[in-house]
Design a protein. Structure first.
Length: 485
């Protein structure tokens, strides 16, 4: 179903050769003023950031990741090695995932020294990618309505919304880079495609394989030498990061995430055959793939761009970690610009198809994709912004805020997931139970996470830190703060 045929500039815009192209710009693209897309991007950025900020302000952080990235970006901003004590005392984050691109956030952190700055940066990067996707759609398909429709469908797509819900991740940088890469591939700007894709290897270690696949698409589009070179570069970058750079920075001297494939969720060894069998039999994985293609009306399958999703889908299907399988978390965000711009190419080829039914479908595919996105959005995270209770501060949030306020600036503190991100800007922070032989100055615990095991905070402190003594300095129904004495 992949269509790798090249078309003339006239065919790109009008669907068939003709004099209508005479009024087009010299490059054969339909005019597409930037302003409407910047306005839509501003709205999307505001929605993304509002959701993230409300979640942060009300202590609804879903994981420890925002604390981890907040700690690493703070280190870059202070010109220190990116040590993330949340992962363990003195833990070098480049020995976990290779994401040096996050150092680019250091200047923003100088102005706004808070994890909230990271949430804003992610919202802006996602919104910027919507400008690329929407404007490219109008330029190629020749209609502002289609451009705006795809911008809305893309901006509200489940992959981006779930990433916003998951707080900040390094993939925020990959989303606009992939949008720009796919745009260049669609427009036949081969050098630009290479230039936009190469930085992906600095976003995360697995992105080297995606870069290699960009090379494969270039090869299919007739750029055999350039494509082969980029494929070699991406493959080499992946091998270098997972076999050399990450092990060199890791205390364990290895890339720990191989275990996500080699071992089951219970830690038992597994064979490759079993891994493949489990992947093929997993309904949750296939459901994710179905929805990934369904948001494009399945026309993305007519574009070679869809090949770019294979590396990410490959490791997610093989992973034994159930968090990687479905539609939740941030893992699908990088797939969204790819499939939506693949849809654009699919529509372009469908409209000139000799099959009457396919040509007709190509004319309505964009409205269908927009309608699907709007229907799905009714059950996606941004819908929470329409509910008054979303903004209402409850007792738990007040107690959490009081617990954070009870920890003096500049001290070291061990905390639970719900408090981690709120402490990283002013403290050296450890995750509860992972500080090893270090005894932090303060402990800040969400008691509901420990209540079934130990109800007394002092007893909990003595169990986690048997060589130190702590006394309670703040206590509420849900939280306790203890000081080392």
């Amino acid at each position: 179903m992949l269509d790798v045929r090249n078309r003339s500039a006239e065919e790109t815009v009008t669907g068939s050769p003709g004099p209508a192209a005479a009024a087009e710009p010299p490059d054969g693209l339909a005019p597409a003023p930037l302003r409407p897309y910047l306005i839509l991007a501003g709205v999307l950025c505001a929605l993304y950031f509002l959701y993230s900020w409300v979640q942060y302000a009300h202590f609804r952080t879903p994981s420890w990741d925002l604390g981890i990235f907040g700690q690493s970006v703070r280190a870059y901003a202070e010109f220190r090695s990116p040590v993330v004590d949340i992962k363990g005392p003195g833990f070098q984050i480049l020995g976990d995932h290779f994401s040096p691109v996050t150092a680019l956030l250091a200047p923003l952190y100088w102005i706004w020294p808070s994890p909230v700055a990271l949430l804003f940066a992610q919202a802006a990067l996602f919104a910027a990618s919507a400008v690329v996707v929407g404007r490219t759609t109008q330029q190629i398909l020749g209609s502002r309505a289609t451009g705006i429709g795809i911008t809305v469908a893309y901006g509200l797509s489940w992959g981006l919304q779930e990433a916003v819900k998951s707080d900040f991740h390094e993939i925020a940088f990959a989303v606009p880079l992939l949008a720009l890469t796919c745009r260049a591939l669609l427009l036949g700007r081969w050098t630009a495609a290479v230039a936009w894709s190469v930085p992906l290897v600095l976003v995360k270690e697995d992105m080297g394989l995606t870069v290699a696949m960009v090379g494969a698409v270039l090869f299919l589009k007739g750029q055999k030498g350039l494509g082969a070179a980029l494929t070699g570069f991406g493959t080499a970058a992946f091998a270098l990061t997972v076999l050399v750079l990450i092990p060199a920075a890791s205390r364990a001297g290895q890339y720990d995430y191989w275990a996500k494939i080699e071992k089951t969720g219970q830690g038992a060894d597994t064979s490759f055959g079993q891994v493949v069998g489990d992947a093929l039999a997993s309904g949750e994985r296939w459901e994710m793939l179905f929805y990934l293609l369904a948001v494009t009306g399945f026309l993305a399958l007519r574009s070679p761009l869809v090949l770019l999703v294979l590396p990410t889908l490959g490791w997610r299907f093989l992973s034994q970690d159930s968090n990687h399988w479905g539609m939740h978390w941030h893992y699908s965000a990088i797939l969204m610009p790819v499939v939506f711009l693949a849809l654009v190419e699919g529509v372009r080829s469908a409209r000139t198809s000799p099959r009457a039914w396919l040509a007709s479908y190509g004319k309505v595919a964009v409205p269908v994709a927009t309608a699907v996105a709007l229907v799905l959005a009714a059950n996606l995270p941004l819908r929470e912004l329409t509910k008054p209770e979303t903004y209402r501060t409850d007792a738990r949030a007040e107690q959490a805020r009081a617990a954070v306020g009870a920890v003096p600036d500049g001290v070291s503190v061990e905390a639970d997931v719900s408090l981690l991100a709120h402490l990283t800007a002013e403290h050296r922070v450890y995750w509860a139970g992972s500080s090893g032989e270090v005894d932090p100055d303060y402990l800040a615990y969400d008691l509901r996470g420990w209540s079934q095991q130990i109800s007394d905070p002092v007893q909990l402190a003595s169990q986690l830190h048997p060589g130190a003594r702590y006394e309670i300095v703040h206590r509420s129904e849900g939280f306790a703060v203890l000081k080392k004495v």
